[in-house]
Design a protein around this ligand. Structure first.
Ligand SMILES: Nc1ncnc2c1ncn2[C@@H]1O[C@H](COP(=O)(O)OP(=O)(O)OP(=O)(O)O)[C@@H](O)[C@H]1O
Ligand SMILES: [Mg+2]
Length: 254
């Protein structure tokens, strides 16, 4: 069965895109057929995978605007098993489609689910129709968060949205599994432990996945257009993304 994992947090700069790209690369390297879909018009997933877009490139936003089906927007990458549907930096969030199930219908009707083991959806830091489309397509949700004071509040707000979507999905017989991953952690900082511990207490320790330590190489890898496992395989972030992928495979059965 194809799993659809949404990487989301309404707070900006919480490590969503870094996590989506590096997780996608790690799973693909393990032989999973992975399709990464970039719903954020910042269009950073293409950057992180070294893909240059032209004005003519089909995108997920072109699909939402009704310009073309979804499938023509799929691009191969230089890594085996790893494909991308890029974002359109010119699309205005909030414009276009009003159907919350537009993406889900296309994924099924265009046979895209037959071609992949895992879909990873990177999302914008906002609650809009595109995020709802992602959530109504998903059976797995991953919430990266920075272990700072305000993060706990943001995660609680998001949890309310996830609860609503999860209840609707349960009525359809789909069980949505949710997990949390602290990003840019420093285990020496008491505040980090406190925030991560608080979220683990509230949502269940089993749902807290091993975190990603602060490592400048994550940003550098993006600049170089490569996932961290290829750019700096010996770095601590590469090690952490490897551990995260293993834990996620177990916890979320991906
Ligand atoms: N483990 C890490 N160590 C150091 N820097 C990191 C780490 N993870 C991410 N970053 C950097 O933090 C910034 C935000 O990360 P990222 O773009 O992944 O977050 P985001 O949640 O996708 O942001 P947005 O909400 O804008 O889409 C980027 O500059 C990224 O390079
Ligand atoms: Mg992002």
């Amino acid at each position: 069965m194809t799993h659809i994992l949404v990487v989301t947090n309404r707070k900006g700069g919480s490590g969503k895109t870094s996590t989506a790209v590096n997780l996608a690369a790690e799973l693909a390297q393990r032989g999973r057929r992975v399709l990464l879909i970039d719903l954020d018009t910042q269009s950073h997933c293409a950057l992180g995978l070294g893909i240059k877009l032209s004005k003519e490139s089909s995108t997920v936003h072109g699909f939402f605007a009704g310009k073309h089906p979804l499938r023509p927007a799929i691009q191969t990458t230089q890594w085996e098993n790893l494909h991308l549907i890029p974002a359109d930096p010119l699309f205005e969030h909030g414009s276009g489609c009003s159907d919350e199930f537009f993406l889900r219908t296309a994924l099924a009707n265009e046979g895209i689910l037959n071609d992949y083991d895992t879909l990873i959806l990177d999302t914008p830091p906002s609650l809009d129709i595109l995020l709802l489309n992602a959530l109504y397509s998903a059976d797995r949700v991953l919430v990266p968060f920075l272990p700072h004071f305000l993060a706990g509040e943001g995660v609680k707000q998001l949890a309310r949205v996830l609860f609503r979507v999860g209840s609707n999905r349960a009525n359809e017989g789909v069980r949505v599994l949710i997990a949390y991953v602290p990003v840019m952690i420093d285990t020496r900082i008491g505040q980090h432990k406190k925030v991560t511990g608080g979220i683990a207490n509230q949502f269940g320790a089993l749902r807290m996945l091993p975190g990603i330590r602060t490592d400048i190489r994550v940003a550098e890898a993006f600049g170089a257009g490569q996932p961290i496992r290829y750019y700096a395989p010996k770095s601590r972030a590469a090690q952490d993304y490897l551990n995260l992928t293993s834990a996620l495979s177990l916890q979320l059965e991906i």
